[in-house]
Design a protein around this ligand. Structure first.
Ligand code: PLP
Length: 404
């Protein structure tokens, strides 16, 4: 037997284990330290009550012979697909059919699995810094080539996101086949305007590329003129796939529900990518549990939407508190407005990891070093609004009172 050798090329992800190790060492030698963790990329607020009620009801249905359900349809049940279509698309003037929506267990799996329908020969463009899933899954598939001393991969085309371009990447100068974009972005917290996305849609249509658009943080958009879906952009249906998730939107990180939209107009020659993905999912995926689909449906109720909004406002307010506090303390900050993430420049002369250590030492606040998201993240740092409001305020006070 032979293994997929590409797996051996993967670098162990030291980021979160290194953070945990450093924090443990610090708290072992400073047992009285009140550590505040603002490095987390996971929600902390409980599920909306509307979802809880719907799940209880669904559980009871599963316990009754006349309402019990077995395998759900692989692509999702009509009641949830109809809600998604109406509330996430029709309401924004986007015409999406229910058979263009594929319900799933997560945007992580979907953004990782989508590579199944594409040839290994495709040239992949990735942002730097980036959500590591897009990179690692292409390494596994053999599209990345070899790792270079810089930490970058030989076959990828890199889209630099820097302070100079406000972390909004420029078009590649060469032709690429697959383009991963994520807005509002993790880790930088920056959102893209319609004009910005139009540039990518035009490039992709001209070059026969596909944009893999991760909109997991769409619910955090606060500026009304920003697009919540790439399908708000004219021409996107012939060049884009969109990934959405209930994880950050409605606190479903532990429940698991997401969806992917592949328009029927999206073709490679005479082959429909929608058909390929339908075939892939029908073969490898057996659907989202009925109970979860009812929980997801409930967030589109009047009550559910109000509860979701409360949670989003809570996190976004934390992000604003962090961003305002950092600015007061003299830092240059990006993101936080349409995102739970504040991204900022560490003091001159420090690396991201240097700052991690100094921040922990001086304020007992834990964050995430930007270099953990790619070489271009070096010199930057991420704090998240997913903590409690009280602890977030306390962390910001400590940062403002410290000298770096
Ligand atoms: C959290 C996150 C997701 C969501 O993944 P799920 O598998 O749906 O929980 C997707 N993309 C990015 C960039 C994320 O940060």
């Amino acid at each position: 037997m032979k293994i997929n050798e590409n797996f051996l090329k993967l670098q162990s992800s030291y980021l979160f284990s290194t953070i945990a190790k450093k924090v443990k060492e610090y708290s072992d030698s400073n047992p009285n330290a009140q550590i505040i963790r603002l490095g987390i990329g996971d929600v902390t607020r409980p599920l909306p009550q509307a979802s809880i009620d719907a799940m209880h009801k669904a559980v009871d249905e599963m316990g009754n012979e006349s309402t019990f359900r077995g395998y759900p349809p692989e692509h999702g049940m009509d009641f949830i697909l109809e809600k998604i279509r109406e509330y996430d698309f029709t309401s924004r003037g986007i015409d999406i059919d229910v058979d263009e929506i594929f319900l799933s267990d997560g945007a992580k799996s979907d953004t990782g699995n989508i590579g199944d329908i594409f040839s290994v020969d495709n040239v992949v463009a990735v942002c730097d810094p980036i959500y590591p899933v897009y990179v690692d899954t292409n390494v596994m598939a053999g599209r990345a080539g070899d790792v270079l001393p810089s930490g970058r991969w030989s076959k990828f085309v890199y889209l630099n996101c820097t302070a100079e371009n406000d972390f909004l990447p420029e078009l590649p100068t060469e032709k690429v086949d697959l383009i991963y974009l994520c807005f509002p972005n993790n880790p930088t917290g920056m959102a893209a305007s319609k004009q910005e996305l139009k540039k990518w849609v035009d490039y992709a249509n001209k070059n026969g590329s596909v944009i893999l658009y991760d909109a997991a943080y769409e619910a955090f958009i606060s500026q009304d003129d920003l697009p919540r879906s790439i399908f708000e952009i004219e021409g996107a249906k012939t060049c884009a796939i969109e990934f959405r998730s209930f994880s950050k939107t409605a606190g479903f990180t532990g429940v698991r529900c997401a969806y992917t939209v592949i328009p029927k107009e999206l073709m490679c020659g005479d082959v429909s990518l929608n058909n390929l993905w339908a075939r892939r999912q029908a073969t490898k995926f057996n659907g989202v549990s009925y109970i979860t689909q009812r929980a997801a449906e409930a967030i589109y109720s009047e009550q559910g939407m109000a509860q979701v909004k409360q949670n989003i406002d809570y996190y976004r307010n934390n992000a604003k508190v962090i961003s305002d506090g950092l600015k007061d303390a003299g830092f240059t900050v990006w993101g936080a407005v349409n995102s739970p993430y504040a991204w900022f420049k560490v003091p001159d002369g420090m690396t991201s990891w240097d700052f991690f250590d100094v921040l922990l030492e001086k304020t007992q606040v834990v964050g995430t070093p930007g270099s953990g998201f790619g070489p271009a993240g070096e010199g930057f740092f991420r704090l998240t609004g997913f903590g409690s409001a009280e602890k977030t305020l306390e962390a910001v006070e400590r940062i403002k009172n410290a000298k770096f």
